[in-house]
Design a protein around this ligand. Sequence first.
Ligand SMILES: Cc1cc2nc3c(=O)[nH]c(=O)nc-3n(C[C@H](O)[C@H](O)[C@H](O)COP(=O)(O)OP(=O)(O)OC[C@H]3O[C@@H](n4cnc5c(N)ncnc54)[C@H](O)[C@@H]3O)c2cc1C
Length: 390
Amino acid sequence: MDSVRTDSSDTNHYDVIVLGVGGMGSATVCELAERGKKVLGIDRYDIPNTMGSSHGATRIIRMAYYQGGDYVTLVRSAFDLWRKLEQKTGETLLHVTGSIDAGLPDSEIVQGSLQSCREHNLEHQVLSGKELCEKFPGYQFPEEVQGIFQADGGVLFADKIIKAYVRLAQQYGAEIHANEQVTQWHAADNSVTVITEHGQYTADKLVITAGPWFSKMMSHLPEMVAPERQVVAWFDPIKPELFNPSHFPVFNLLLGEGHYYGFPVYDETGFKFGRAHHLNEIVDPDTMNREVSDYDKKIVRQGAEKFFPEGAGDMLDSATCIYTNTEDEHFIIGTLPESPQVSFAGGFSGHGFKFCSVMGEIMADLAEHGKTQHDIELFRLDRFTGVGQK
Ligand SMILES: Cc1cc2nc3c(=O)[nH]c(=O)nc-3n(C[C@H](O)[C@H](O)[C@H](O)COP(=O)(O)OP(=O)(O)OC[C@H]3O[C@@H](n4cnc5c(N)ncnc54)[C@H](O)[C@@H]3O)c2cc1C
C-alpha cells in the first residue's frame, strides 16, 4: 500500500467513501449519511444501472432459507429495515406474496427450507405437487414435487429501492458521484486515498461494494468470486388472472433440469422467469456479452412452458444480469486484516438483494466501529484467504 498525505480540512476529504452504489452501496451511503457522516458514494455507471447485479424492477425476499438457517435472523432484520425505509420514503417497496421452495422431497431446497422454518419457528405449509397446483393454479408442477409455502416471502422493488436510498442519502447530506470510475485505491496509516478518472479523494474509511467487480477492486487478494452471466425474461401470460400477485407466490423450483425462479405480474412488466446459473458462463464483467441470444431465450422459454404453461405467452422483454459467486455461495463481508479502515461486502452469489437494507447497517457499523452486532461469522474472508480477520 502506498503512503499518502491526508488533510482532513480538505473539501475532498470524507469520513467514508463507498466504492460502488448498487444495492449494497446505496443502502450503506444512506445509513452512513443518516448517522451524520460526511460520505461520498462513487459509481462508474448511472445509478441505478443495468451493468451490475441489482437492476430490474423486482427481487425475491423470503424468510425460509434453504441455503442455511443462519440467514433467517439476518432476513428478519432486513424485513424490519425494509418496512422502516417504506415509512421514511412513503413508498411501497416490499409486497408480500408468500414464497414457495420446491423440488423433490429429499432435495436440498426442500429439506433446507424445511429445516430453516423449524429452527426459527416460521409458520409454513408442506404441499404436494398436486396441492400446490390447486392452491396456485398458475403453477403446473409434477406430482412428485413437494413445496414449502411460507407466507412472509414476497417481492422487493429493486430499482425503486436504489433510487429511494440515493434520494434519502442526498437529503441527509451525502455526496454521490455517478459515471465516475474508481481506478485505484490505497490505504495507509489511518486513511485511504481513492483515485478516479476525474480526481482524487481521501477518507478515514473506505467501503468496497463493487458487486461483480469485487475481485478487480480487491486485486491484492486471491480471487474469491466468479462473476456469472444470467438471463431473465418477461412473458405475457396467456391467463393473466393466474399470475396476479394476490395468488401467485414468488418461487424457487430446483429439479434435475434446472433451478428456476419467478414472480407474479406487476403492472405492465409481465411474468418474470429465469433459470439460476442459466448456462454456467463465468465472465469478466467488463467484456461480458450483454445481448440476449435466441438460444438464451429458448432455454428460458423451455422452463416457463414446462412449469407455467399458462404464463409463457409472448416474450415481452429479456435482460442479462450478473451473479457474483463464491465457492460455497455464502457472502464475503469484513474488514481487511492489514488495513481495518477498509471494509468490503461481496460474493452475494445470486441471493443478496433481500439483505441490502441490513447490509447498509452492517457496512456502516464496520466503517464506524470496525465491528457489528449482526452475526456475520458465516461470511468471514479468512475462510478463503486463511489470513486472520478481526
Ligand atoms: C438475474 C438475477 C436475479 C436475482 N434475483 C435475486 C432475488 O430474487 N433475490 C435476492 O435476494 N437476490 C437476487 N439476486 C442477487 C442480487 O441482485 C445481488 O446479490 C445484489 O444485487 C448485489 O448487489 P451489489 O451491490 O453487491 O452489486 P451491484 O448492484 O452490481 O453494485 C455494484 C456497483 O459497483 C459499481 N462499481 C464496480 N466497480 C466500480 C469502480 N471501479 N468504480 C466505481 N463503481 C464501481 C458498479 O457500477 C455497480 O453499480 C439476483 C441477481 C441476478 C443477476
